[in-house]
Write a protein that binds this ligand. Structure first.
Ligand SMILES: Cc1cc2nc3c(=O)[nH]c(=O)nc-3n(C[C@H](O)[C@H](O)[C@H](O)COP(=O)(O)OP(=O)(O)OC[C@H]3O[C@@H](n4cnc5c(N)ncnc54)[C@H](O)[C@@H]3O)c2cc1C
Length: 524
């Protein structure tokens, strides 16, 4: 087959599909090439092969503020079947002594819950919330939705406003320093670091002190997709097809073709070549894009060194325990607090801020720390994800990719570790001793097997650390979605603003590509 498109995109995760839909709407003939049999990447929902009708969301589940994203409206995803649910009791941390720290979509209810633990901390929460609402709205949200500025230019701009100066001052701290400086109750500190910090950045690194305040003030609460996470992928696919785009599944590119110094197409296994008139955009990681797919002669030494130095997130890999149930987990703590029966994200095993040092040390050593885990029972909010009366639930735990020095050890350790997690879960929800019909686990190695762009099981596809964020993601000065090869672009989570289901790397890449092609569009 020899075909020609205007744009070829590598990887049909949500970022690739979002870029493709925008380019299609701008009139380009587009193709996305995907190695799996289904599009969506981390937007994945599997039907249980042993229990028909029970759905499991094996990658992303909690998605922040999807319904406020510009692409969600531009691509008319609700008309195409997407629907999001945002439970009011958004997060509950259940402590070992039977208490619960609660985050509500309504900040006043969150403050009331914090007051039960510590009055002063509750007031601190209120102050940071008020302080950061304008910073989030006027600075951080627009920054995430645009190609990043060079750091000096950004600093100069920020220094011109009091909100900008406040942001610079707080971000000079590490998240750990911020929490230790501002809060005093160990459970509140642990909860803030876990919920707001550990998911995204290395808590010890300076430059990220604003993250917790920003997440406290953010309108972006955890949401879930009705019908399973993959429903968003199906809506994105529909948007791509409506824009005239084509999706090629079970096809793996073997080479990016460069002719006369420009990206001119790809080769895929079976030696077929597909031509691109204007561009190739890769949503894969830097190792795949630059080292696996470009001819070595086209990769300058300095770039090769940068790719080899690109770091994946030590703390991002997840281990998952998935349950098939005949009733939802009934938490002991809900006896006194009935609202907990409808808690969305539940955190277990976390009582004290000092657990973080332990968790980090275990990750560095490749050993398993005492379990801290979080998860949900999706069917409480969306019964369509199981047959009538049935339920599914899952818990995730951050565990090292290289278990005892080698990721392959996970294949032996997996089932036993799943049993340990279930024991902790049963201590909090005793009915799980009888309610479980079946279980299965997935390790950080399984993540990489399923999505090889998530190298070392890193679901953020590149650490969030200084030198790998904003204008410097993936490499110093390379944060503008262009590469050293004209016509070759980046559009995945290894680019600004990074991993998780935000769609913003794809959205921002669309802005850059359309501007380079001189195409004015009303959308971006
Ligand atoms: C267990 C787990 C839980 C998670 N939970 C959450 C969550 O609750 N909330 C959240 O926001 N995020 C979560 N994430 C992270 C989220 O899934 C990712 O950050 C997100 O999917 C990245 O999107 P992307 O489009 O950049 O890449 P992906 O979704 O990974 O898409 C990349 C696509 O490229 C394809 N591909 C890879 N290599 C090749 C190749 N060589 N050739 C062709 N195609 C290729 C892949 O098959 C995939 O379809 C989770 C991830 C995991 C693993």
């Amino acid at each position: 087959m020899d075909a020609t498109y205007d744009a070829i995109i590598l990887g049909a995760g949500h970022n690739g599909l979002i870029l493709q839909a925008y380019l299609g709407m701008a009139g380009l003939k587009t193709l996305v090439v995907e190695r799996k049999a289904i599009a969506g990447g981390g937007l994945s929902t599997l039907e249980d092969p042993r229990h028909p009708g029970f759905l499991h969301n094996t990658h992303a589940f909690f998605q922040r503020a999807i319904t406020t994203m510009p692409w969600y409206a531009d691509l008319q995803l609700e008309l195409r079947g997407a629907h999001y649910i945002e439970p009011e009791l958004n997060v509950a941390l259940l402590t070992g002594d039977g208490r619960a720290l609660e985050w509500w979509t309504d900040i006043e209810r969150t403050i009331r819950s914090f007051t039960e633990f510590n009055k002063r901390d509750a007031e601190t929460l209120r102050r940071w919330h008020e302080d950061f609402v304008p910073i989030v709205q006027d600075i951080l949200v627009p920054e995430s939705r645009s190609p990043p500025l060079p750091p000096d230019e950004r600093r100069r701009l920020l220094e011109r406003s009091s909100a900008g100066r406040r942001l610079l001052e707080v971000s000079a701290l590490s998240p750990l320093e911020f929490v230790h400086r501002e809060f005093e109750n160990p459970t509140i500190m642990a909860g803030l670091l876990f919920f707001n910090g550990l998911r995204e950045v290395d808590l010890r690194v300076r430059g990220f002190g604003h993250h917790i305040a920003a997440l406290l003030a953010s309108p972006a609460k955890a949401q879930m997709s009705r019908g399973g996470t993959a429903a968003l992928a199906r809506a994105l696919e529909a948007a791509v097809r409506a824009s005239g785009g084509e999706i090629m599944l079970m096809a793996e590119p073997t080479r990016i073709i460069v002719e006369n110094g420009r990206a001119a197409g790809i080769e895929i296994a079976g030696e077929r070549s597909i031509r691109a008139r204007h561009l190739v955009a890769s949503s894969l990681n830097p190792h795949q894009t630059f080292l696996d797919l470009l001819d070595a002669a086209l990769v300058p030494r300095t770039l090769r060194d940068q790719v080899e130095a690109f770091r994946y997130n030590l703390l991002a890999p997840l281990f998952a325990l998935n349950l098939v149930l005949h009733e939802p987990p009934r938490y002991r703590a809900a006896a006194d607090r009935p609202e907990l029966a409808n808690a969305f994200m539940v955190i277990l095993g976390l009582d004290h801020v000092d657990q973080f040092h332990d968790i980090v040390q275990h990750h560095e050593a490749g050993t398993i720390p005492p379990t801290v885990m979080w998860g949900a029972c999706p069917t409480l909010f969306d019964p369509s994800q199981a047959p009538h009366g049935g339920h599914t639930a899952f818990m995730w735990e951050k565990l090292p990719y290289r278990l005892h020095g080698d990721a392959a050890n996970w294949d032996q350790a997996r089932e036993q570790h799943g049993r340990e997690m279930l024991k902790l879960w049963q201590r909090h929800a005793p009915n799980l001793s009888d309610a479980v019909i079946d279980t299965f686990t997935r390790s950080p190695l399984d993540t990489e097997r399923s999505l090889p762009n998530m190298r070392e099981g890193d679901l953020l596809i590149g650490a969030f650390s200084n030198g790998q964020i904003g204008f410097d993601r993936p490499f110093a000065g390379a944060g503008n979605y262009r590469t050293h090869v004209p016509g070759l672009y980046l559009c995945g989570s290894s680019s600004h603003p990074g991993g998780n289901i935000t769609g913003l790397p794809g959205y921002n890449a669309a802005q850059v590509v359309l501007s380079d092609l001189g195409i004015k569009s009303g959308w971006v």
